[in-house]
Design a protein around this ligand. Structure first.
Ligand SMILES: Cc1cc2nc3c(=O)[nH]c(=O)nc-3n(C[C@H](O)[C@H](O)[C@H](O)COP(=O)(O)OP(=O)(O)OC[C@H]3O[C@@H](n4cnc5c(N)ncnc54)[C@H](O)[C@@H]3O)c2cc1C
Length: 650
């Protein structure tokens, strides 16, 4: 293990306190302005994280700290230190990645770290944020899982890799039809008893790579689930049906012929099993602003349907649903399809990472992986013999499973679609309490059909202190604190683009996914610019006093002072890449896509690999092109259709 020396620790502490300095401010009733990052012990958390890094990464980070020291950092003033950090961020991609990681950890620790006794963070008082609320709901039984010690060699008709939106549906449907099913899930099982409402706990336990994670080129911050239930445990339960133009495109251009006119029954089936309804979609103040802005501009705004149990739904806890839903109302796959699967005899193995798919005579024969015992940390090899293998690890991991297995052909990992999002923050005169209520209870659909169906949606987002502090641009320590002090008056909108360009997922020497995405397709850039325009105008029409575009230069429009058209034009000139515009994605799709042509698709129009009978794609990676709407319902309906074809083949 690589350990920092005393001087490196001192420089690290100074870096933390440059990102979050002690600032003189009157009044300061809660000590927020005076409190620095190290006053909160953020440096200890970062040193712990450093100790857990692979040696190579730790050496790289310490070299960066040495390089910062060489700039005379310890002797410099706050203003000079800020200049050093800004300049070094521009000096190289590696330096930018290292400094961004340090900044992210510092801000997350300062704004989302909680006292384990009270569950509170002292900085929340300045914005009146109450923190997690509500007691965890009673949940009668956790799903039974296979004991790691007896997981070694298993046999089944079907093995499903991944238990999220797609994998969960296929496991449930096939088990109900009498097939023996084993589900292997890389993450652990957590439920209402574990969900404590803490953002950092959730990232560490429920999310892919520990929470928001940049693509390898740094351009886009990715979020995905990694636990039993996958994304359905952490998502915001907005349930949108596949638009007609997407279905027609998949049928006409990619060979999924029945999807044009015979897909409703699959959508209806998952709709019903998830108890999707319109009774849990109260608009919080932030989304009331979105509705008011849309109405003032004559745009179509809709309340969304959601997969929530109305009898358990509690809007006060719904604002934290991305950290696991304490109320028990979320109809994730753990509450629905995986439960059906277990009741029909399926076996679940958690903390089991599948390494590769095994073939015999050119067709599926099973999988190999490793199960980790959470108590001892020991890893045991697992083999499952099965004639049908369903790959459903999500679009960031499914291609890596195929690449490690040498299956799927030339298109594996190509065609990564992300629904890239820009974000804007409106600052209003009143307290918006934007952490109350479901994050996605309304949507502006006006621009979805633009450009032959390659338009954009405007939606809300979960209002969280760690993500907000990392999304708010950091120009200086004082500016960042001042913006965060206004947190209680904010409302965030996102502009979600149906992308035509695409990124890639490849694997590194250790076989881990490497994700790259550049928002460089001119059509996507034009849609993104339109989405920025629409978000800004919507905030302004809703009465925002100030509007910020989340970009490094932090452009800010002030009502009564700045020209709106000029501001929009300025925001649209910001490059759509790392170091300039902040871009986000919680929707990953297309990396093992279905289609007719084995050169440009991985699976046939029913989901079975072109090159390997018995291996099926069962998740969002199977989309030929992006769904253009939040994808959970489309993934599940497509998986429902794939399950039908697997059963027919069997
Ligand atoms: C914060 C957030 C909010 C969202 N909100 C919404 C919303 O409101 N509405 C909506 O429609 N969509 C939403 N989404 C998107 C939606 O949840 C995802 O698109 C969907 O869950 C993806 O389904 P999937 O089956 O492709 O993969 P996932 O649901 O991600 O499941 C994949 C599973 O496979 C496991 N896995 C990966 N690799 C391996 C391996 N090698 N071995 C074993 N297991 C493996 C993972 O741990 C994971 O649990 C949201 C997503 C996020 C992150």
């Amino acid at each position: 293990m690589v350990e920092p020396d005393d001087q490196q620790v001192e420089v690290l502490r100074a870096v933390c306190d440059t990102f979050v300095p002690s600032v003189e401010h009157v009044p300061d009733p809660y000590g927020f302005w005076a409190r620095s990052a190290t006053d909160m012990g953020v440096d200890s958390g970062i040193l712990q994280a450093l100790a857990g890094l692979p040696d190579e990464d730790a050496v790289g980070l310490l070299a960066l700290i040495d390089a910062i020291h060489a700039q005379g950092f310890l002797e410099a003033s706050q203003a000079s230190r800020e200049q050093v950090l800004r300049t070094m961020t521009l000096s190289s991609t590696q330096a930018a990645a290292g400094l961004n990681a340090l900044k992210a950890l510092t801000l997350a620790g300062f704004y989302a770290g909680v006292d384990p006794e009270t569950g509170q963070n002292p900085n929340w008082q300045v914005f009146g944020y109450p923190g997690p609320s509500g007691a965890p709901a009673e949940r009668p039984n956790r799903l039974p899982t296979v004991d790691p010690s007896s997981a070694g060699d298993l046999e089944s008709d079907v093995v499903v890799i991944g238990s999220g939106a797609g994998g969960g549906v296929i496991a449930g449907e096939l088990a109900k039809q009498g097939l023996s099913v084993v589900v292997l899930e890389a993450g652990g099982q957590y439920d209402e008893r574990d969900f404590n409402g803490s953002e950092l706990w959730a990232y560490q336990n429920l999310y892919w790579r520990g929470g928001p994670n940049p693509t390898a080129d740094g351009n886009i911050s990715l979020m995905a689930g990694r636990c039993l239930g996958g994304g359905t445990v952490v998502n915001w339960t907005n349930s949108l049906r596949t638009p007609p133009w997407v279905r027609e495109e998949w049928a006409g251009e990619y060979g999924l012929k029945d999807v044009a006119d015979d897909f409703d029954r699959h959508l209806d089936a998952v709709w019903s099993r998830l108890s999707v309804n319109d009774r849990c979609s109260e608009l919080n103040i932030a989304q009331q602003k979105m509705q008011a802005g849309a109405q003032a501009l004559g745009w179509q705004f809709e309340h969304t349907n959601r997969n929530a149990d109305a009898s358990l739904f509690d809007p006060a806890t719904a604002g934290h649903m991305g950290f696991g839903d304490r109320s028990g109302s979320k109809q994730s796959t753990t509450a629905t399809y995986l439960r059906d699967a277990v009741e029909a005899g399926a076996r679940l193995v958690v903390r089991c990472r599948v390494e590769r798919v095994v073939t015999e005579d050119g067709r599926a024969a099973g999988v190999e992986g490793t199960v980790t015992d959470p108590q001892t940390g020991s890893a045991t090899p697992v083999k499952v013999r099965a004639g049908t293998v369903v790959v459903a690890g999500g679009a960031l991991e499914s291609p890596s499973i195929l690449l490690r297995s040498g299956l799927g052909g030339a298109a594996v990992g190509r065609y990564l679609r992300l629904h890239p999002c820009t974000a804007t923050l409106g600052l209003y005169d009143e307290d918006t309490q934007a952490w109350w209520g479901a994050p996605h209870a309304g949507v502006i659909e006006e621009f979805g059909p633009l450009n032959d169906g390659y338009g954009f949606l405007i939606e809300g987002a979960q209002y969280t202190t760690a993500v907000a502090s990392n999304s708010v641009p950091w120009v200086t320590g004082e500016q960042h604190k001042a913006t965060m002090a206004d947190f209680s008056h904010g409302a965030s909108f996102i502009g979600l683009v149906r992308d035509q360009g695409h990124g890639t997922v490849t694997i590194d020497d250790s076989g881990n996914s490497v994700v790259r995405y550049s928002l460089s397709d001119p059509r996507d850039q034009a849609s993104t610019h339109r989405a920025i325009d629409a978000q800004v105008r919507c905030h302004a029409a809703a009465g925002a006093a100030r509007v910020a575009v989340l970009a490094n230069t932090f452009p800010l429009w002030h009502r009564g002072e700045d020209d709106l058209d000029a501001f929009v034009a300025k925001a649209q000139r910001i490059p759509l890449r790392v170091g300039a515009m902040s871009l986000f994605s919680a929707h990953q799709m297309g990396t093992c896509r279905m289609g007719k042509d084995p050169e440009t698709s991985v699976a046939d129009p029913y989901g079975q690999l072109h090159d390997t009978p018995g291996v099926w794609i069962g998740d969002g990676s199977a989309f030929p092109t992006p769904s253009g709407v939040n994808p959970m319902i489309t993934i599940m309906a497509l998986a429902h259709r794939t399950a039908e074809h697997i059963a027919q083949e069997g």
